[in-house]
Design a protein around this ligand. Structure first.
Ligand SMILES: NC(=O)c1ccc[n+]([C@@H]2O[C@H](COP(=O)([O-])OP(=O)(O)OC[C@H]3O[C@@H](n4cnc5c(N)ncnc54)[C@H](OP(=O)(O)O)[C@@H]3O)[C@@H](O)[C@H]2O)c1
Length: 295
């Protein structure tokens, strides 16, 4: 068995690499910058999603692939992840790979906005590929609040337009643990797993947990959707992208990510990580908090 881990330096990938190393599984990490990836402390194969030859070379001798690339981008036309991931799927078929475990998103559906529509397109390509596959459809990442995907004021308050909508944010380490199970077994072939944390929190409750972990008050400031979209445009993001993001926020406010599932426990046989446990583990990252602001 040989596993290729794409997105190895990312929020999920770095945990997956750590787990596969601990479990002594044979794997290599597909990275674009070997210097930046050195801290992964594993076999590296250098390549780029934009370079099909490098993908073909990386797949030599590989029978299982973890497929993960960056999320939605404010670029016009098709989302870059579609070309990136379908190139890997097509190359995997040619290389005789047997199984792909793909990171998608909860709510992926044809015609969906941004990542939801793009992932649905990739899922369909994977389904038609003839390969064995499992698809992970995670809720929002807890890591968003530490890595810059969340939005903060310059004073460190949490910004959003979620109202009282609850979100069952998940720890990327739990997504990686599920992926490790599926990559090292034949479980879950042809199945989609909606992965969530163990609790669904409002953003006011998340601000309270951040306050406790940081020892200072963090408030949640709820903005009208139109203000939130205007802020994104003021930062230079395209109007259509801002409008799509605002629509997704409205869905979240309506509870689109509010359920919890037992999939993490079912696959890993241990409970999913709570937000408080996540913050306690990530004390070092919290020292650089807040990661950025939209003030
Ligand atoms: N954020 C959320 O709340 C959320 C929720 C559900 C699903 N998702 C999905 O999760 C996925 C992102 O996962 P993540 O957060 O773990 O990823 P991430 O932290 O954004 O990392 C992306 C990875 O892809 C690599 N990469 C980027 N461009 C590349 C290229 N041209 N060639 C080769 N490698 C490249 C990056 O390497 P470098 O280190 O070289 O940049 C990095 O390892 C997306 O598909 C997103 O839709 C996200």
């Amino acid at each position: 068995m040989m596993i290729l881990v794409t997105g190895a330096t990312g929020s999920i990938g770095r945990h997956l690499v750590r787990l596969l190393r601990q479990q002594d599984k044979p794997f290599r990490a597909f990275v674009r910058d070997p210097d930046r990836a050195r801290e992964l402390d594993c076999d590296l194969v250098v390549g780029d999603f934009g370079d099909p030859d490098s993908i073909a070379a990386a797949l030599s001798g590989v029978d299982r692939v973890f497929l993960c690339s960056p999320g939605a981008q404010p670029t016009p036309g098709s989302q870059p992840m579609v070309a990136q991931q379908t190139t890997v799927i097509d190359a995997a078929v040619r290389a005789g790979v047997r199984r792909i475990v793909k990171v998608s998103v909860w709510g992926a559906r044809p015609g969906g906005l941004l990542a939801e529509g793009a992932h649905a397109e990739i899922e369909a390509r994977l389904d038609a590929s003839g390969l064995d596959w499992s698809i992970l459809q995670p809720s929002g990442f807890m890591q968003n609040f530490l890595t810059g995907t969340g939005a903060f004021t310059s004073g460190g308050d949490l910004l959003g337009a979620y109202g009282q909508g609850r979100v069952s944010y998940i720890d990327c380490a739990d997504i990686a643990a599920c992926a490790a199970v599926l990559l090292s077994s034949d479980l879950g072939n042809g199945r989609r797993f909606v992965l969530t944390g163990p609790e669904a929190l409002t953003h006011a409750e998340i601000a309270a947990r951040l306050s406790e972990a940081l020892g200072r008050t963090v408030s949640y400031i709820d903005q009208p959707l139109s203000d939130f979209a205007d802020n994104l445009v003021a930062q230079g993001l395209p109007a259509q992208f801002a409008a799509d993001v605002a629509t997704l926020y409205a869905d979240v406010a309506d509870g689109s990510l509010a359920e919890t599932t037992s999939a993490v426990h079912d696959l890993t046989h241990r409970p999913a990580t709570t937000f408080a446990e996540f913050l306690s583990r990530e004390r070092d990252l919290l020292r650089q908090w807040p990661p950025r602001h939209y003030g």
